[in-house]
Unconditional design. Structure first.
Length: 307
């Protein structure tokens, strides 16, 4: 009974505090617009720090306040390296998983996500995302491509440090979406995936091709996994739980990372599409292994890293 009373109260407190903090950051962002005629790079850096401030606070609540234990495996990526990054999409907590690595590599300020166009109209949060240069899309490729090209041109023009992040599946994994995805795969003779959806590759291919030969030289492939003490594999906490209660030992979190050089990726669009699909086949197999053994037996071992 006590938990039922305190968790809503905590949610209200955290929600109010984060909303107030966001409103304050919006004020800084509005004034930062005055910098645009004088220094686009300074404008970018101010808004990067604003974004990073919010994400660091949210990450600290999860990891330090509520004791989320996150383990890592795969490639140890360098500090301060710009990259195109993608990951499987299970829940909103996936953003915290991206940030768990970005914060440890000095890049959490520089996260740029592909986001639904409607989000920019959300008071304060959406406005802030628009000013800081998030990549808003509405899934009309003719319109989206123009906006994406403009944003990428700005990033390359000022040589801005950046992680350009996306969920190639397009939406979160649910039983109904998985069934629809498997039907699509079966109809086209593609590998049947059980733990991820078939990726949508058009935006990723465009992004890679735009940044070839630029300061963004790498692609990171993230695989996120969750485990609940009683509900088992693939069950993450909801956003309210992240911000209102201790997470360990009830929940376990894991991030597996693979790092690739853009110069080593296929230059032909069809072959690059096949490369992405193969990464999702490997991702599906990795998650299947984790479903059976969690982190036991992961090649290269598992480590924890303080932030």
């Amino acid at each position: 009974m006590l938990d039922a009373v305190t968790r809503p109260a905590k949610a209200l407190i955290y929600g109010t505090a984060l909303f107030s903090f966001c409103s304050l950051l919006n004020v800084v962002q509005v004034f930062s617009l005055l910098l645009v005629p004088f220094s686009k790079r300074l404008f970018f850096e101010v808004n990067a720090r604003v974004a990073g401030s919010m994400w660091k606070v949210m990450q600290m609540i999860m990891e330090k306040r509520h004791k989320a234990v996150i383990t890592f495996s795969g490639d140890k990526v360098p500090h301060h390296e710009s990259a195109i990054v993608f990951g499987n999409h299970r829940s909103f907590v996936d953003f915290y998983m991206f940030h768990s690595v970005a914060a440890r590599r000095g890049m959490v300020n520089y996260m740029k996500y592909f986001a639904k166009d409607s989000l920019k109209y959300i008071p304060f949060y959406g406005w802030g995302m628009w000013i800081m240069g998030m990549l808003f899309i509405n899934r009309n490729w003719a319109q989206d491509q123009v906006k994406i090209n403009k944003m990428f041109a700005r990033i390359m023009d000022i040589q801005a440090p950046v992680w350009i992040a996306s969920f190639l599946e397009g939406s979160r994994l649910t039983p109904s979406k998985l069934a629809a995805s498997q039907k699509f795969m079966a109809g086209r003779g593609l590998p049947l995936l059980s733990n991820v959806l078939m990726p949508r590759t058009k935006g990723f291919i465009t992004t890679v091709n735009k940044f070839r030969g630029s300061h963004v030289k790498c692609v990171y492939d993230f695989t996120f996994a969750y485990y609940h003490r009683t509900k088992g594999f693939g069950v993450p906490p909801d956003l309210v739980r992240v911000h209102t209660a201790q997470l360990s030992p009830e929940y376990k979190f894991h991030v597996h990372v693979k790092r690739y050089m853009i110069d080593d990726l296929p230059t032909d669009d069809e072959k690059l599409n096949e490369w992405v699909v193969q990464k999702y086949v490997e991702k599906d197999a990795f998650l299947e292994q984790m479903k059976e053994n969690w982190t036991d037996g992961i090649e290269g071992g598992v480590w924890s890293e303080k932030w």
